[in-house]
Write a protein that binds this ligand. Structure first.
Ligand SMILES: [Zn+2]
Length: 558
């Protein structure tokens, strides 16, 4: 072939560059009729009770979504306790009662499809309940900490509440991932009502200590193997660092044996300690944990890749979306979720840029939401559509705080109830007393008085907002608070229970305006300033509770 002239070479170069820009510049998206610009995508996370349990209810729910210009319904089909909401034959023990006979996915799919609304099947990936069928059948699939306990042995918060979920090991094979989760996803991918698979909890635990999992037998062996900290051939031969360079870490490539010869015989606690606090080079920094973090990232990456391969093999048209933490660089370190490198395996990112993940005021949230969304698009290099995730409830931290405070005081009063029956209850009472008094005196009577004071103060704050909007509701609540306050120690439990039930009723059905709709509109506008591909709202249930569907209809109509 004749060599191209300089001019021709320039033209070829120009065509290649333009081609790259056209292919990589913007993800494939629908175009809005008027402007020709890609239309903003709209999605909502939905819990099964919101959809209802009969055909009429399902249609009404889809109609609500249609009015709000929602194009994707992300329906929970596997929850935090490992419970599932489709009539699976293979996983029949996990099916929630009532959903064996009512095929929720089929009904929702049938109602949604004629309107062009897609249904993504939302799975809480690696979490199971304390008594779930998967855990009962295979306790060895659970993640373990250095003491050999599951996440169910951990406690949370200042009151040391038992953590009620068990995280399963993503790494172990055969194990939870390939024997339980992937087969479930295959079933869903083959379900004609499903348009996509939605990952949630596609990570390691974050609120129970991030550096505590997983040290199961499989991982204790496979973390050093993954990083090849020792040879498997001639495994008894050990090599010291050959010190040729002055800087001690600079000798890492002299092939020292990084895994201590005693490792395989050591106890779980010692091996976990080496993996977190060990040094690859004697005299160097404690850096073995780098491999621990990298291994965790690798396990979650591997799962994302396997799901992609499986789902696209079943049906290449199916979409895969993922709810991810706001900062992929930090979540790689803390929860093994390095999601900005998932462009190959994820079709749509739905990062949870909820206000609960930001510390400041509402105004500062708006700025940080915009900035974070901008950074997420940078991190993913605009490689896949990204929908900014907004949770309505947390927007109303100020308005809803009195509910939180009242519930907190109620919970404390329950723990402090005078008739303590067993050792566990006694421990709860002590924890609650220490929590309220912020000290170790643990005096239950004094703590009760203090908790009641907090309850009354929070109630006063709630009344200021509630009374003008719903005077009758406010009055009923005030009477119940008074009754709890004046009850004798023997009657207090009943009075507090009555108050708690009424408070839950009020919270479940707030008067319109209690949660100002303009805050939702402003949050959506703030996210929009970063030019994401869409907006995803958490969740249908809170839109209903907080009376925000009309505001969403307006915001998404723009
Ligand atoms: Zn493990």
């Amino acid at each position: 072939m004749r060599r191209p002239t300089t001019c021709a070479r320039f033209l070829i170069w120009l065509i290649v560059i333009l081609g790259c820009l056209a292919a990589g510049g913007a993800p494939v998206a629908r175009e809005s009729a008027q402007s020709g610009a890609p239309a903003e995508r709209h999605s909502v996370w939905v819990h099964p009770p919101e959809v209802g349990r009969d055909r009429e209810a399902v249609r009404a729910f889809v109609e609500q979504c249609r009015r709000a210009h929602i194009e994707t319904i992300i329906l929970l089909v596997k929850g935090m306790n490992g419970e599932i909401y489709w009539p699976s034959q293979r996983f029949s023990a996990a099916v929630v009662k009532g959903y064996e006979s009512f095929d929720l996915l089929r009904e929702l799919g049938a109602a949604a499809r004629p309107h062009g609304i897609k249904v993504h099947a939302w799975l809480v990936d690696f979490v199971e309940g304390l008594n779930s069928p998967a855990l009962k059948a295979h306790p060895e699939w659970a993640q373990l900490n250095h003491a050999g306990g599951t996440t169910g042995t951990e406690t949370l918060g200042k009151r040391k509440r038992p953590y009620p979920y068990v995280w399963m090991c993503p790494a172990r094979r055969p194990g939870y991932t390939d024997q339980w989760l992937l087969p479930m996803i295959e079933e869903l991918a083959k379900n004609p009502a499903v348009d996509g698979i939605h990952h949630d909890y596609i990570r390691y635990p974050g609120d129970v200590a991030p550096d505590s999992f997983c040290f199961c037998d499989y991982c204790l062996t496979h973390i050093p193997r993954y990083a090849m900290l020792a040879y498997e051939t001639r495994s008894s031969e050990r090599y010291d660092v050959d010190v040729r360079q002055e800087r001690v870490e600079a000798n890492w490539w002299t092939d020292p044996t990084m895994l201590p010869s005693t490792y395989s015989k050591a106890e779980r606690r010692e091996r976990a300690d080496f993996l977190l606090n060990g040094r690859t080079i004697p005299g160097g920094p404690p850096d073995v944990r780098y491999f621990f973090y990298d291994y965790r990232v690798e396990q979650i990456d591997r799962f994302a890749r396997e799901v992609h391969e499986l789902v696209k093999k079943v049906n290449p048209k199916l979409e895969i979306s993922a709810a991810v933490f706001k900062n992929p660089v930090q979540s790689a370190r803390f929860i093994g979720q390095q999601w900005h490198r998932w462009n190959e395996w994820i079709d749509i990112y739905t990062p949870m840029t909820y206000r609960s993940h930001f510390a400041g005021s509402f105004e500062s949230y708006l700025d940080h939401l915009e900035e974070t969304t901008r950074r997420q698009l940078e991190w993913t290099r605009h490689g896949r559509p990204l929908e900014a995730g907004i949770a309505t409830t947390y927007l109303y931290r100020e308005e809803l705080q009195p509910f939180e405070d009242m519930n907190d005081a109620i919970e404390t009063l329950r723990d402090l109830q005078s008739s303590v029956q067993d050792a566990q209850a006694a421990q709860r009472q002590l924890n609650a007393a220490v929590y309220v008094l912020e000290g170790a005196s643990g005096d239950a009577r004094q703590a009760r008085e203090m908790a009641m004071k907090r309850l009354v103060a929070a109630h006063d704050r709630l009344q200021k907002r509630l009374a003008p909007l719903a005077p009758d509701t406010a009055k009923t609540l005030a009477q119940l608070v008074k009754a709890a306050e004046e009850a004798s120690p023997e009657q207090q439990a009943t009075a507090v229970a009555g108050l708690s039930a009424e408070l839950a009723n009020v919270r479940a059905d707030l008067p319109p305006g209690f949660c100002p709709p303009e805050k939702l509109a402003r949050a959506i506008d703030a996210a929009r300033r970063a030019k994401p591909d869409g907006i995803v709202i958490f969740a249908a249930s809170s839109l209903k509770r907080e009376k925000l569907w009309p505001a969403l209809e307006k915001a998404f109509a723009k």
